[in-house]
Design a protein around this ligand. Structure first.
Ligand code: FAD
Length: 292
């Protein structure tokens, strides 16, 4: 097996153009598992860890760009304002995994249980890709994630990162597993409130073949908050019945399966509980806006 060691993005893209069969390696926390279990034996690996351009983040004209090579540990340290992303990052694996694992790797693996993915879906993020031959292109998260472990990445492309419009409002990420740490989610949920767009975005992980947005629930709660005056005045109480209806609609958006980690019924129930909690936290936070 050839191990290719580019030192810049240009060099990495040139190598990918020359050797489209070469598999990129970021933290290796997914890829090395495949190699160690003998499920994958690529002819070549392109190790991206020396490509510093991938491990950056910046904000411009209200947009946030998160480089594919940023590790979860770096996100926790450097992006404290992005609470749902930080909460998801903190929930990944162990400190060792968080120091190696990257959001680009989470996107590349495209597991329905990838913890960064519901956050990117709730932010309505685009995935930014580049090839030497065709340059850069951006795809909405749902066009990039084509199915379980399937993406729209072309053989000569690399993931540069992900970009989204910065939203003003509270939000959270939470997940259910068989224990509190080092656990693959049985169900995961990210909820973000967009105060300016008067929307509540909800994305679910681990309860379908890929990440799911609960659009009916989003429409229901945005409308209740409109008719009750809660958008204008955060101290307005949103009736419990509306919160229950919202949680029910989120649960009905899930498309779970029975597997070794949990039954479909448990997963759906988990979504209901996570949705109720996440909405309640955000409504409470709107009354004491720490996110401003
Ligand atoms: C013990 C353990 C615990 C874990 N716990 C969790 C958890 O709690 N939550 C969770 O979501 N995941 C978890 N994972 C999975 C893994 O850590 C994450 O999916 C992580 O984000 C992968 O990132 P990486 O940089 O290590 O990816 P890698 O293993 O390097 O790569 C993964 C895939 O992405 C591709 N890729 C990476 N970067 C690029 C790029 N720039 N361009 C194109 N393709 C690219 C690779 O070719 C490969 O196909 C765990 C893994 C282990 C081993």
């Amino acid at each position: 097996m050839d191990v290719l060691l580019p030192r810049s993005l240009e060099e990495a893209l040139a190598l990918k153009a020359e050797r489209p069969e070469a598999i990129p390696l970021a933290g290796g926390t997914d890829l090395m598992v495949e190699l160690n279990f003998g499920r994958l034996r690529p002819a070549a690996i392109i190790d991206l860890t020396r490509v510093s351009q991938l491990a950056t983040h910046h904000q411009e004209n209200g947009d946030v760009f998160l480089g594919a090579g940023l590790t979860y540990a770096a996100i926790v340290k450097e992006l404290p304002d992005f609470k749902p992303l930080v909460q998801a990052s903190r929930s990944v694996g162990s400190p060792q995994i968080r120091h190696r694992g990257t959001v680009g790797g989470n996107l590349g693996t495209a597991s329905p249980a990838g913890d960064a993915l519901p956050v990117l879906a709730a932010y309505d993020a685009d995935v930014v890709l580049r090839s030497q031959a065709r340059g850069e292109r951006s795809l909405p998260w749902h066009a990039f994630l084509r199915g379980p472990k399937k993406t729209a990445l072309a053989a000569d492309e690399l993931i540069l990162g992900t970009r989204w419009k910065r939203l003003r409002g509270p939000g959270s990420f939470s997940k259910i597993g068989t224990r509190n740490a080092m656990v693959i989610a049985v169900a995961g949920l990210c909820l973000v409130v967009d105060e300016d767009g008067r929307r509540v975005n909800v994305a679910l992980g681990s309860v379908g073949p890929t990440i799911i947005r609960a659009s009916q629930a989003e429409a229901q709660i945005a409308s209740v908050m409109g008719s009750s005056g809660a958008w204008q005045d955060p101290s307005t109480t949103v009736p419990d019945q509306a919160i229950d209806e919202f949680a029910e609609l989120v649960a009905s958006a899930a498309r779970p399966l029975d597997d070794v980690r949990g039954t479909a019924a448990y997963r759906r129930h988990g979504c209901r509980v996570l949705a109720r909690r996440a909405l309640t936290w955000s409504l409470n936070e709107r009354r004491l806006p720490t996110w401003l």
